[in-house]
Design a protein around this ligand. Structure first.
Ligand SMILES: [Zn+2]
Length: 370
């Protein structure tokens, strides 16, 4: 958006999502020069609410090509590599079609008002390159590549070396892999993300095969920066998460789509939580719906869910928040009437926004790079 001054009836700003009402934001050279409570005399509001832009911390964008192909099927039949439905479909589909599908997914994300995603990109080095091509022009695309030969530590090492020239991140589908493969991923120097403890069935299988839950195995052999799902948390898992302090990425709508339930809110207390919409095949990349669901189903507060989407994600992925001196990265909402009750409380404003954002017009506001 162009430099200038914008005003809104309310804004949530800074690291703490402080509520300012009304709010004036001045933008110069694409950066936030000044944020103040109040509005200049005679100024008409540009927006009802201004918030930091959301970041969707876990998606599989390519699955968008196969919308609802796995509807009604159990999760492991749909997503488990190498023979799950989505992997068979990914093998069949042409590169061009996949690229178009990822691009369309990202455009849909933007239309929901979300200019940033972290994408678990399948297909090895070529898959990662395809993601990068598809994402050209999308504001913040964080690709998490994965080696193709996940059963051979030497080939994994080689693929990770090439991947590390293209991204800082590796996304591992699960920990049901040989120890030396997981160790090679850990020692790659890449920032590691992995799915774990999504359901009891695969956790029990892991205990049978390896004598450890998926989280125990992840912490022990992978030392990941981020763990996706954590629907199931044993006492020991919870202790390990506290010790290692990885970021926990919840995908509550995906968990419900596959009828896996959601994490016990008491077990999440004190952990660093982000949110992701997960497989494009099953769930649309609407971060606000995810945050609403996380509030209702996993016991995050409305403000906690909004924090997970914005300031918490920004601190992990080094993205701007709505703060003086930072590049403008925000959303402005129009057509969202604000009753008095919500103007006096950040928590109530967050609840109001998460419920009614779908009836408002969402404008993504990004400062131009100079
Ligand atoms: Zn996933």
């Amino acid at each position: 958006m162009k430099d200038g001054v914008l005003t809104a009836e309310a804004g949530l700003v800074g690291r703490d999502l402080e509520l300012l009402s009304p709010i004036t934001i001045e933008i110069e050279d694409g950066r936030v020069r000044r944020i103040e409570e109040g509005r200049e005399p005679g100024a008409d509001d540009d927006f009802d609410v201004v918030l930091p832009a959301p970041f969707n911390a876990h998606v599989h964008a390519a699955d968008w090509a196969f919308r609802h192909a796995g509807l009604g099927m159990p999760l492991e039949k749909v997503v488990a590599p190498p023979d799950g439905l989505k992997h068979r479909l990914l093998e069949k589909v042409g590169e061009r079609e996949l690229e178009v599908s990822i691009r369309d997914f990202l455009e849909t994300s933007l239309s929901f008002g979300c200019p940033g995603v972290a994408d678990f990109r399948e297909g090895g080095v070529e898959g990662l390159k395809l993601g990068l091509r598809a994402a050209e022009g999308f504001p913040t695309y964080v690709p998490m590549g994965r080696p193709k030969a996940l059963d051979d530590p030497e080939r994994v090492e080689e693929e990770l070396r090439v991947l590390s020239e293209l991204t800082e991140f590796v996304g591992i589908p699960d920990v049901h892999l040989p120890d030396d493969v997981l160790e090679a991923v850990r020692d790659s120097g890449l920032r590691v993300y992995v799915h774990a403890n999504e359901n009891w069935r695969s956790v029990r299988e892991c205990v049978r095969e390896h004598g450890a839950t998926e989280i125990e195995r992840a912490v022990d052999l992978l030392e990941p920066e981020g763990i996706v799902h954590c629907v199931v948390l044993t006492d020991r898992d919870r202790e390990l998460l506290e010790e290692l302090d990885p970021v926990v990425i919840l995908c509550p709508r995906s968990n419900d789509y596959y009828r896996l339930g959601n994490p016990d809110p008491r077990r999440l207390r004190g952990l660093r939580v982000l949110l992701g919409t997960d497989n494009g095949m099953s769930v649309e990349p609407d971060p606000w719906a995810e945050a609403y669901h996380a509030w209702i189903r996993t016991g995050l507060s409305p403000l906690g869910a909004l924090r997970a989407l914005t300031v918490e994600a920004a601190s992990v992925f080094d993205l701007p928040i709505l703060e003086e001196g930072r590049r403008l990265s925000a959303v402005g909402l129009k057509g969202l009437p604000l009753p008095e009750t919500v103007l006096g409380s950040r928590q109530r404003l967050a609840a109001h926004v998460l419920q009614l954002i779908k009836t408002s017009r969402v404008h993504v506001l990004l400062g131009a790079e100079s």
